[in-house]
Design a protein around this ligand. Structure first.
Ligand code: SF4
Length: 366
């Protein structure tokens, strides 16, 4: 196994000098009419300087809420229970005053959202939107900020940058708009870039261009990056490490190559099996993950993945798995993929025709 660093309990196993961000027991609940919804449930990780952490999971797994908790942009019904901390370069940003936190989040951490139309103001010119944070946070004059805005548009590959500054978002293509939001995110030289499904709203050719652009910028500017996606194919070859989230928890985390080569969690395995592959026959159906994510207002008692898991055994329904593995590769599973216990569990389910929770193995097992 390769040497990663993340722990869900106790301090992250990384030399302090290398660590940029440390999340310890990050927890977010939402007050809803049906009760408290546990969106993020005790997530801990450490992000090294200059690395990209991919965070992967289906809609509702908690990955976007987790990064919004980092950015302090949660909706009004969010509850953050005590006992959690978030340290950026050694400073606990949860204990900063609102003004201090606004400055840190405006300059040191920047975020790119899924749909550029929701982060760009449709009635303001690109130039204004690009220069206002520089003028506010970096104290630049108008001419200096405009010059930097042109440089940033060049950096993100927008042709005719001076003309673009006078345009409105609707005058640009979707890919161009996302390049503008990336330029805005880079305006104050952040040390951490958070990209929340940055290509979901774009067509597949532009998706690759934007992901390649983020790769290049991250390397050139030496930033750390958290890349949120529902697609494990996106993090392959891009993320240094990958965390897989399910039901508000990290269920597996490792160096990306290690996670792909020695997948341990059945949910990660199912996500990998659902990636389209060119070598498959064109008429073959993709392996969808059977069932639905759990209701996090009323989560199951044992493993939250049990109702959908091809490896599930009676123990899984009763007992929630803790993290196992080592500092380089960790997972939450009683019957991990590729282990004698895991493969015996899977074979037993196939022989019985159902999993421990009654799911038909013909659907659950590929
Ligand atoms: Fe959860 Fe059990 Fe499946 Fe592991 S084998 S993911 S513990 S249900």
């Amino acid at each position: 196994m390769s040497g990663g660093n993340t722990l869900e309990s106790g301090p992250p196993a990384v030399a302090p000098a290398e660590t940029l961000l440390e999340a310890d027991h990050l927890t977010v609940w939402f007050d809803t009419p049906r009760g408290q919804l546990r969106a993020v449930d005790g997530v801990s990780f450490a992000l090294r300087r200059g690395e990209t952490l991919g965070v992967v999971g289906e809609s509702g797994s908690g990955k976007s809420v987790m990064v919004r908790a980092i950015m302090n942009i949660l909706p009004g019904n969010a509850v953050r229970p005590p006992g959690q901390s978030l340290r950026l370069a050694g400073r606990d940003i949860l204990s900063l005053t609102p003004t201090e936190r606004k400055r840190v989040l405006g300059t040191e951490i920047a975020m790119i959202f899924q749909d550029p139309m929701t982060s760009l103001n449709p009635v303001r010119r690109i130039g204004i939107q690009l220069t206002e944070s520089m003028r506010h946070h970096l104290d630049l004059g108008k001419a200096e900020a405009t010059k930097r805005a042109v440089d940033l548009l060049n950096l993100v590959g927008i042709p005719e940058p001076t003309r673009r500054l006078r345009q409105y978002p609707h005058q640009l293509s979707g890919g161009m708009r996302q390049r503008v939001t990336i330029a805005i995110a880079l305006a104050c030289n952040p040390t951490l870039l958070v990209a929340d499904e940055p290509t979901t709203a774009l067509d597949v050719t532009v998706q690759k261009q934007i992901l390649d652009l983020l790769d290049r910028l991250q390397t050139e500017l030496g930033m750390s990056m958290i890349l949120i996606t529902h697609d494990l194919g996106v993090v392959a070859g891009r993320a240094t490490r990958t965390a897989v989230m399910y039901a508000g928890k990290i269920v597996e985390i490792a160096e990306t190559v290690e996670l792909f080569d020695n997948t341990r969690h059945p949910y990660s395995r199912a996500l990998l099996d659902s990636i389209p592959r060119v070598e498959r026959p064109s008429h073959q159906k993709l392996d969808a993950i059977a069932g639905r994510p759990p209701d996090m207002v009323d989560p199951p008692r044992g493993c939250a993945f049990a109702p959908r898991c091809a490896y599930a055994q009676p123990r899984c329904i009763e007992e929630e798995p803790e993290l196992s593995g080592d500092a380089g590769h960790q997972w939450r599973c009683h019957f991990p993929v590729g282990t004698p216990a895991g493969e015996a569990a899977r074979r037993a389910n196939i022989a019985a025709g159902v999993t421990a929770t009654g799911l038909a193995t013909s659907k659950a097992v590929s």
